[in-house]
Design a binder for this molecule. Structure first.
Ligand code: GDP
Length: 526
């Protein structure tokens, strides 16, 4: 039997975050390449060494009736088991995107070096900062004309509020991209376009090596000058600061050319933390404990109307999961027959044989599982820290057929509890207001209301601009606030009171006028 403590130590669970188009998908593919999880395009290695073509995987998926895109991938690298979690972007951006960050121990941030720090990266980094998540940074697309490297570091430091410790440094860019200098190893790694994942790279030792002047005198001279500046302007890599989330090691490269990718994987394995203890309200749970425990951080709806099942994604927090074992859904105090639990491999999913802290397992959910639910072998644990984020998009929901009001309320109650969307009931008036962080959430809700509850809903725009949950130690002051601002107040699916502001100015003025009321941009799962 495997030793749980050593299984925990070898695990690395990280999310890959970026603004759309920075190269997240490309980099993910190359990471899988390097790990050997993808042999060639379209071929995936099975867990026990067998090979399956992608089409076989798709057939397996079809048979199981699962059409959820793979957003969790597990692969081996060196002596480690790596769990990589995708954070969906574009219009798929949703509350799930944020919550994925509660299930990881570190994050890999990809930045398009031609563009610098972009909006979605800022949002995701805000959540990472709240949680002190260690961040590894990859500056991508150096095979193109990109921005000045020092300026990029400066932008990361000032906008994302994290110190930068360059570990590699680019030599040239675009047509004259020659490679990267590894600052810690004092080696130049030469760039070759279209590098295969297993191709040996050519390495030249020492930044002052005359061979570099023979190969590309202009670029290396420029790099040496920049390095002088870098030494003055940036920070040395300090492991403790990285682990505290205050400093990020920065790597440069080109994902599409497989260049600079191995260095990132090595950093994640060598520096990023293994699963740590987690707060479960009654006590802290250590990952190497014998008994299994887990919590749900994401529920993915199946968009295929023929299959209503949804997958609840659980992060294992302790112990050992083995196929066929039983565990308890603590909120409902009910056993889960876990024979249909799946794990996520490079491009498909398979039955879980065993899983340890840091691993993600998926359980088909027929509506009983909610975001934030905890599971154990019996002990009453309640993992904390699964936040709800103040929505940024709002819609009033109406129904075509008024006789369906009951079904609408029931549907929204359940979708709200599940975390698919946030539902606000204003204190005054009968409208229901939906809040989301991504537009796709409204579409998902509309289609699920129709398919699962038989309700045709119409969404209309509202004057709400943003929401803040409110609290106050003084019950009398809170009652006063409620009485005065009833038209702007609502209760969410968990019955928490929220202030719906009509503009940023409106929010600021209200905060000024009511100094004793605390306004929260996040709410933790009750
Ligand atoms: P995502 O939206 O972050 O997942 O980005 P993708 O991986 O889909 O990449 C967006 C675009 O950038 C695609 O056209 C990629 O081919 C391109 N791309 C990714 N990495 C590189 C790179 O290293 N260099 C160049 N020139 N293009 C890249």
């Amino acid at each position: 039997m495997p030793d749980i403590a050593s299984e925990v130590l070898r695990r690395r669970t990280f999310a890959i975050i970026s603004h759309p188009d920075a190269g997240k998908t490309t980099l993910t593919e190359k990471l899988l390449f390097f790990s050997g999880a993808i042999q060639m395009a379209g071929t995936v290695k099975g867990k026990k060494g067998g090979k399956f073509a992608t089409s076989d995987w798709m057939e397996i998926e079809k048979q199981r009736g699962i059409s959820v895109a793979s957003s969790v991938m597990q692969f081996d690298y060196r002596e480690h088991v790596v769990n990589l979690l995708d954070t969906p972007g574009h219009q798929d951006f949703s509350e799930d995107t944020y919550r994925v960050l509660t299930a990881v121990d570190s994050a890999l941030m990809v930045i398009d070096a031609a563009k610098g720090v972009e909006e979605q990266t800022i949002k995701l980094l805000n959540v990472c900062r709240m949680r002190h998540t260690p961040i590894v940074t990859f500056m991508n697309k150096y095979d193109r004309e990109v921005r000045d490297s020092l300026e990029l570091l400066d932008e990361v430091e000032s906008v994302l509020k994290i110190r930068c410790a360059p570990v590699t440094w680019p030599v040239g860019m675009g047509k004259t991209f020659r490679g990267v200098y590894h600052i810690l190893l004092d080696q130049v790694i030469l760039f070759r376009a279209g590098q295969g994942p297993l191709d040996d790279v050519e390495i030249i030792d020492g930044i002052d090596n005359p061979r570099l002047d023979e190969l590309f005198p202009l670029e290396i001279e420029n790099t040496r000058m920049e390095l002088e500046l870098v030494r003055g302007a940036s920070h040395p890599f300090v492991l403790e600061e990285f682990l505290a989330g205050t400093l990020t090691p920065v790597f440069f490269g080109s994902a599409i050319n497989n260049f600079g990718v191995r260095e990132i994987l090595d950093a994640l394995v060598d520096w990023a933390p293994a699963p740590a203890p987690r707060d479960a309200t009654v006590r802290s749970v250590a990952p190497q404990e014998e008994k299994f425990s887990a919590f749900v951080f994401k529920i993915q709806a199946n968009m295929d109307p023929k299959h209503r099942d949804r997958i609840a994604f659980m992060r294992v927090c302790s112990g050992e999961f083995t196929r066929g074992m039983k565990f308890k859904h603590l909120r409902l105090n009910r056993d889960i027959a876990a024979n249909s639990v799946v794990t996520f491999m490079a491009q498909g999913r398979e039955q879980v044989e065993e899983a340890y802290a840091g691993d993600i397992i998926g359980v088909p959910n027929h509506g009983n599982i909610q975001i934030g639910d905890s599971f154990s072998e019996g002990e009453a644990l309640a993992f904390t820290g699964i936040p709800y984020f103040a929505p940024e998009l709002f819609r009033i929901v109406r129904i075509k057929n008024p006789l369906k009001l009951k079904q609408l309320q029931k549907g929204l109650q359940q979708l709200g509890e599940e975390g698919a969307v946030q539902v606000f009931k204003p204190l005054n008036g009968s409208d229901l207001i939906l809040g989301a962080v991504g537009v796709l959430q409204f579409e998902v809700v509309a289609s699920r209301l129709l398919n699962e509850y038989g309700v045709e809903a119409i969404f209309e725009s509202t004057s709400t601009y943003t929401a803040r949950w409110v609290s106050c130690d003084d019950a009398k002051k809170l009652a006063d606030f409620e009485k005065n601002l009833g038209n702007n107040l609502a209760r969410d699916a968990a019955d928490s009171l929220a202030y719906l502001a009509t503009s940023r100015v409106n929010l600021e003025l209200t905060q000024e006028r009511w100094p004793d009321i605390v306004f929260h941009a996040t709410r933790e799962h009750a």
